[in-house]
Design a protein around this ligand. Structure first.
Ligand code: VGL
Ligand code: ZN
Length: 199
């Protein structure tokens, strides 16, 4: 299917067990993600890619703990443990992921002042990453999303994909989530409501 791309979200060491923002079972999906990569003509990956001292790190906000929320210029932002620092082992793709055929890696979260969950927009919801333009120029109208974390980067990416008019599917069996304060149910409901196909 030449008009369809697999978008592999943030399959990085820091989101897998042993990493600084580990998602439970994050590495369980590696074999399935590899099978999917093998079966797609087009594969795009995202890589969370923060400078040290990023504003989304609790360690950068005096008196704040990870998983608290703060008001940023662009709205409410959850604070995270330091993770996916540019050039670190934690930011590398999980070593089991067979990523060699990947056509494009979209890095995100590199602006020190803005976090970026979605593969399409930073968290200010206006700064694009360029992915929509890339997919359109390449004639791709359908995306299938897999990876980490279901209720953050995968969900925000899927919502933006449908809003850009892409036929959008999330393979839940090839995702794992964080589930912070009910975020899993909330984001599954939001995705369903927006017309994301959850399978
Ligand atoms: C993610 C929190 C912070 C994700 C990235 O990949 O879902 N979550 N940065
Ligand atoms: Zn991040």
């Amino acid at each position: 299917m030449n008009d369809e791309a697999l978008v592999v979200i943030d399959m990085q060491n820091d989101f897998c067990p042993g990493g600084s923002l580990a998602v439970a079972g994050g590495d369980d999906i590696v074999p399935l993600v590899n099978d999917l990569i093998a079966g797609f003509d087009h594969v795009v990956m995202t890589q969370d890619w923060h400078p040290a001292g990023h504003s989304s790190f609790a360690s950068s906000q005096p008196g704040k703990q990870p998983f608290e929320q703060v008001e940023m210029s662009y709205g409410l932002q959850t604070l995270w443990p330091d993770h996916c620092i540019q050039g670190s082992i934690g930011a590398e793709f999980h070593p089991g992921i067979v990523w060699t055929k990947t056509e494009l890696v979209i890095r995100k979260g590199f602006d020190p002042a803005i976090d970026s969950y979605s593969a399409f927009f930073e968290n200010d919801r206006t700064t694009p990453t360029g992915l929509a333009g890339y997919l359109r120029e390449r004639g791709i109208g359908k995306v299938v999303l897999v990876g980490l974390a279901t209720d953050f980067c995968v969900a925000f990416s899927a919502l933006d994909a449908v809003s850009h008019g892409f036929d959008t599917t999330v393979r839940l069996d090839a995702c794992r989530g964080i589930d912070l304060g009910g975020s899993m149910d909330a984001m599954l409901t939001a995705m369903r409501g927006a017309g994301v196909r959850l399978v």
